[in-house]
Write a protein that binds this ligand. Structure first.
Ligand code: ADP
Ligand code: MG
Length: 685
């Protein structure tokens, strides 16, 4: 149960003035559904304005606040702008220019003969001074007082700055006081404000210490929760699994295991033989052969007379895992079932029975496998295919069913720098598959300007003639989702003109059935080109697809590009990856693409990407998806995470179940950042 002290923060945004069903959707898009979210919706930047007596004091291009008296309204014929001719106290003439429907408001706000305070950017148009679409018009100077330094918030379609900032202000008005959860010594040393002050300050202007404090809170919540999971895991009892190797011996693999695979399986075997449940991360680049490690681990459980489960992030992946595992395990006599949310009726019933009576040894599925209606005879090992990088802890909790805690193996294909490993997984044990299976060919990677589109299409034509297939990836970045989708659809349409029915399109907004059908056509070789937004990042194994085109490659993170590229180079044929770049490229973007050309080592790419972006990050420009954090930037993670980590450990070790006053406060923190899956693990909590 969430502590009462936080209730006001978790009230839905609907409760605020002016929020109706129409606003709800765009707010949701930004993740703003509760008061808390609005309070934490920090500005990207601030516009600084200067109040001036008259326009002689202002420079062109400057953001100003000035009093102007309206002389004349001038409507243009046709589609031209609506102009308001105004004059300052010194007699300078300035035109206020409005396009489109804004003219209605302008007429009302700026009656002829009246004086108004205007906030906006002063421009010059020929000889004329002008302000295009003034940002604020007010009757008094006081009304614009708050606009001398105005926050600029991240928006989504259907929202305006005014709207968002109004809602944020409402949210900030109801902020409660919070007890302090940060160690007093640290708070003093850093000169950080208390929680409420920090939030207020972060919305008011550029404020390093306030931002740092808020980021630290987030890092501390995460570190605490992960540590609680780990601690409690240590205290739990699991089932010691001693496999005799009989099933693993029956695996007919067409290859020798690599040294890294053998080592990892050995580490896992050692862990699961213990009474305390395993908590291990298997980190291995795309194509490093995690599947066989997962299967071997699960076979250990089955050899020991227990069951194992593999949790996949999507249905498509669950299906693929099920197929691959079943194929590999042929001849072992092991029963492997697939269970997803889509299974209904008889089929589902029979799987549920098999899990209860133990006739199913291994189940593969989406989180449907952990629903309350699903019981196991003896589930002793859970493998989590962690493509989503987030919420490992949460998923770990999901897997806790029954009296005994299963051993857990989390798998990730995202090579992340070591600092971020700690941030995302806490102090988990790590096995790294740092050696690729032999015989892999380097993927020929090239950076091509988008102006050479015709050549690229020509390359695809020649490629398809050899009987091989190709991927075409379009970016899908949250800020302008609808534009991105439109671009992907337009690309699909133009390729379709050229290649006809050979092209299929897959994106996140398709119905699962339609998506599966398209994937299926591509996987079977019927379709030759798969146009996709980044959904193909997760899974998909089509060895005959040996060409990948990535559009607007500069918009992707390196880790993401790397994962995408890993979809080719899976068969025996030589593979190619074409990174299409825009005409305008920043120096960093150029370096990052060059790095892609230079190396295929995911860990190196991850480290260097962090290096390249780390310091250069602008205030608030977070690359969503790279870290599990909403507030903390990469720079803050590097600077503050070690502190948060130590602090979390002290709190737990010294304070046991977080029982003291600071412990109580820390509990609030966990709820505030919705890491409350950690709270249930507190002794007596
Ligand atoms: P990951 O899941 O780590 O991306 P997979 O488990 O899908 O990688 O393995 C990628 C490909 O490599 C598969 O086709 C698999 O059969 C093959 N493979 C795995 N281990 C080896 C090995 N030791 N030698 C040769 N090929 C291997
Ligand atoms: Mg895999």
């Amino acid at each position: 149960m969430r502590p009462e002290a936080l209730n006001s923060l978790f009230v839905e945004v609907d409760a605020l003035d002016g929020v109706g069903p129409k606003l709800r959707r765009p707010l949701e898009k930004l993740g703003l559904t509760r008061i808390r979210d609005l309070a934490y919706h920090l500005p990207d930047r601030f516009v600084e304005r200067r109040a001036v007596e008259n326009l002689d004091d202002a420079g062109v291009g400057e953001n100003i606040i000035v009093a102007l008296t309206v002389r004349e309204h001038r409507a243009s014929a046709g589609r031209g702008p609506f102009r308001v001719i105004a004059e300052d106290v010194a007699g300078n003439i300035c035109t206020l220019t409005y396009f489109g429907r804004a003219s209605y408001t302008a007429r009302k706000l700026l009656p002829v003969g009246e004086t108004r305070w205007i906030a906006g950017r002063l421009d010059q148009y020929g000889q004329m001074l002008q302000i295009v679409h003034p940002e604020h018009v007010a009757q008094s100077r006081q009304a614009l007082h708050g606009q001398l330094c105005e926050a600029v918030y991240p928006l989504s379609e259907g929202l305006t700055q005014g709207r968002v900032s109004g809602l944020v202000q409402q949210a900030l008005k109801v902020l409660p006081e919070m007890p302090e959860w940060i160690e007093p010594g640290l708070l003093g040393k850093m000169k950080w404000p208390v929680w409420r002050e920090a939030l207020l300050a972060a919305h008011k202007g550029v404020n390093g210490p306030a931002r740092d404090r808020l980021a630290y809170d987030e890092l501390l919540a995460n570190a605490l929760a992960l540590m609680l999971v780990r601690e409690s895991n240590r205290a739990q009892s699991g089932t010691p699994l001693a496999g005799d190797g009989s099933l693993r011996a029956k695996l007919r693999l067409p290859f020798e295991l690599t040294g890294a695979q053998k080592r990892s399986i050995g580490e896992i075997e050692g862990d699961v033989a213990q009474k305390s449940p395993m908590l291990r991360l298997l980190q291995g680049d795309v194509g490093s052969g995690k599947t066989v490690v997962a299967l071997s681990s699960m076979l250990i459980a089955v050899e020991a007379g227990a069951q194992a489960a593999l949790l996949a992030p999507t249905e498509i992946l669950a299906r693929q895992h099920h197929e691959t595992l079943s194929r590999m395990a042929q001849g072992t006599g092991v029963e492997i079932a697939l269970l997803t949310g889509r299974d209904k009726g008889k089929a589902r019933e029979s799987i549920l029975m098999g899990l209860i009576d133990g006739s199913i040894d291994i189940v593969v599925g989406t989180h449907a496998i952990f629903q309350d209606t699903v019981s196991y005879k003896n589930l002793a090992l859970v493998v989590i295919d962690e493509q989503h990088r987030f919420g490992v802890g949460q998923r770990l909790m999901l897997a806790r069913k029954g009296r005994r805690t299963p051993h857990t193996l989390a798998m990730t294909a995202t090579p992340i720098p070591r600092t971020l490993t700690l941030a995302q997984y806490g102090e988990m044990e790590v096995s790294r598959l740092d050696e690729l299976p032999p015989g892999r060919q380097a993927i020929d990677t090239r950076v091509v300007s988008v102006e050479r589109m015709d050549d690229v299409v020509g390359a695809i034509v020649r490629h398809l003639e050899t009987g091989q297939q190709a991927y075409w990836v379009c970016p899908m970045v949250r800020e302008s989702e609808s534009d991105d989708l439109a671009a992907a659809e337009a690309r699909y349409a133009s390729l379709k003109e050229r290649f006809g029915e050979d092209v299929v399109l897959v994106h996140g907004q398709l119905k699962p059935e339609a998506k599966d059908a398209a994937m299926e056509r591509f996987a079977s070789g019927e379709a030759k080109v798969l146009v996709a937004t980044t959904v193909i990042e997760v899974g998909v194994d089509v060895p005959n697809a040996t060409l990948m085109v990535i559009e607007q490659a500069e918009r992707f993170g390196l880790a993401q590009l790397h994962q995408l590229r890993g979809r080719v180079g899976r068969g025996s044929e030589k593979s190619t990856c074409l990174l299409l770049r825009g005409q305008q490229l920043s120096e960093t973007a150029r370096q990052r693409l060059a790095l892609m050309r230079e190396t295929q080592d995911g860990f190196r790419l991850a480290e260097e990407d962090l290096e390249l972006r780390g310091g250069g990050e602008l205030l608030g420009t977070r690359q969503s998806g790279d870290t599990p954090f909403r507030l903390a930037t990469l720079e803050q993670i590097q600077k503050l995470l070690p502190l948060a980590h130590d602090d979390a450990r002290l709190l737990i070790e010294r304070d046991g179940g977080l029982s003291g006053a600071r412990g109580e406060a820390a509990r609030l923190l966990l709820y505030l950042f919705e890491r409350d899956w950690g709270v249930q693990l507190l002794r007596g909590g």
